[in-house]
Write a protein that binds this ligand. Structure first.
Ligand code: SF4
Length: 427
């Protein structure tokens, strides 16, 4: 989401006659679009203080802007580092703000009046896509779920859904300009609602847009994943057979403390229904949907036995990929007030155990592609090799020329690795 917002900030600044600087030292203005989901990212922003004061010594007119997701707790300290702190939703007003010497827009992101006034109007700004062939299209912002570990509802505000027709217009235009992959973005895409239209309805309409492009989305919540949505994604052929479905824990007690709103059994059943639907409506390799997940290890109070339940479900489901995080407390959240009682070493241990299991399972899953021909959207070239993602969201490496970047190519898979595939171009 932040990447997508940065694309809008870039086009907005160009309209104000700013040009991209070749390096930070030459910049008159630096905009930091921060993420607070992990403390490490916040610490990196604190680390910019010295850099900014050095640039200021050389260029007294230099200005810095902080936007994105920052907590109220950090606001005061960031005022000492940045000349401006501006919520992303206020982007249409930045021209006025940037005329000032400095300005700090202090706001509670959940403030009703603020959200009514600014809504998601900043998304009307035409983005300067960093890759025209793979495009992020935000469909909503914020979240009302308040999972106990998550800072998002506090720094992104309540769930606000974007105009259905505005989304369709952006997708159509992107496809017309050569987009091969559309990423629909939201903190919780399956909660999308706009004037009686839901996420399944949105996907159906996007799937009808003419052109050779893929539809991907991130992230859905297992809690509100309706049967209608399952059938829709399985039936719509442009939707790729890949899904990131955050589990977070395989233990019911932990899930309850995380306020996730589902049990391990419900999650298992959801995966079963999704897999069944793809088997029913798709052909060939597409009948097998790739599923990745997000896991937190060492959540407050997570016992060894509870962690073992995560291992169990992990082995049962056989995820294609998992993004494993070691729990760290985030400001304002409920979990911050819980005793962070799993030792750092224990978290590290659980992380390693899970990663090792994932490595084996992912390799096993990837072996199914050996000998098969898959479509790959090429993302980059390095030293004579092309790297891209298959429809199952597997990283594929193969020999090829730089002019293929941004194209969908047919590649025969010759080797499976735990974190990707190797192949060769088919003639
Ligand atoms: Fe955070 Fe996702 Fe939970 Fe919303 S649903 S609070 S974004 S983890």
């Amino acid at each position: 989401m932040n990447k997508s917002d940065s694309e809008r900030i870039a086009s907005f600044l160009e309209k104000l006659n700013y040009k991209e600087a070749s390096n930070e030292e030459e910049a008159d203005l630096i905009v930091v679009n921060m993420c607070s989901v992990r403390q490490s990212a916040v610490d990196r922003v604190y680390g910019l203080a010295r850099k900014f004061s050095k640039i200021k010594e050389k260029s007294p007119n230099f200005k810095s802007v902080l936007t994105g997701c920052y907590s109220k707790k950090d606001f005061k300290k960031f005022k000492k580092i940045f000349d401006f702190i501006l919520p992303i939703k206020t982007l249409p007003k930045w021209e006025d703000f940037l005329k000032k010497e400095s300005f700090y827009f202090e706001i509670d992101q959940r403030d009703k009046n603020f959200n009514k006034k600014f809504n998601l109007f900043y998304l009307k700004e035409k983005p300067k896509y960093s890759k025209n062939f793979s495009v992020f299209v935000p469909i909503s912002s914020g979240c009302d779920n308040f999972c106990s570990f998550c800072i998002v509802p506090f720094v992104r505000g309540p769930l606000i859904c974007r105009d259905f027709f505005e989304i369709l217009k952006e997708v159509k235009e992107a496809v017309k300009n050569g987009a091969k992959e559309i990423w629909l973005l939201g903190q919780n895409v399956n909660d999308y609602q706009f004037e009686g239209k839901d996420f399944a309805g949105l996907i159906e309409q996007i799937n009808k847009i003419e052109g050779n492009f893929w539809i991907r989305f991130t992230s859905p919540h297992p809690k509100n994943f309706s049967q209608k949505l399952i059938e829709t994604i399985a039936k719509c052929e442009k939707v790729t057979p890949y899904l990131n479905l955050p589990l977070q824990s395989g233990d019911d007690e932990t899930l309850k403390r995380m306020r996730r709103g589902y049990t391990a059994a419900e999650y298992l059943d959801l995966v079963r229904r999704i897999r069944m639907a793809f088997k029913k409506y798709r052909k060939g390799l597409e009948r097998e949907v790739a599923i990745s997940t997000d896991i937190i290890v060492g959540f407050p109070g997570e016992t060894k036995k509870q962690f073992e339940k995560t291992l169990k479900i992990f082995k049962k489901i056989k995820f294609d990929m998992a993004y494993i995080a070691k729990y760290s407390p985030r400001p304002h959240t409920l979990a911050e007030k819980m005793e962070n009682n799993v030792e750092r070493e224990e978290k590290e241990k659980r992380y390693k155990v899970l990663t090792e299991i994932l490595r084996k399972i992912a390799l096993e899953r990837n072996k199914k592609f050996v000998g098969e021909e898959v479509e790959v959207l090429v993302e980059k070239e390095k030293d004579g090799f092309l790297f891209g993602k298959s429809r199952h969201y597997k990283t594929v490496k193969f020999e090829g020329k730089p002019q293929f970047v941004g194209k969908i190519l047919k590649v025969k898979i010759i080797e499976a690795l735990p974190w990707g595939l190797k192949g060769c171009l088919t003639k």
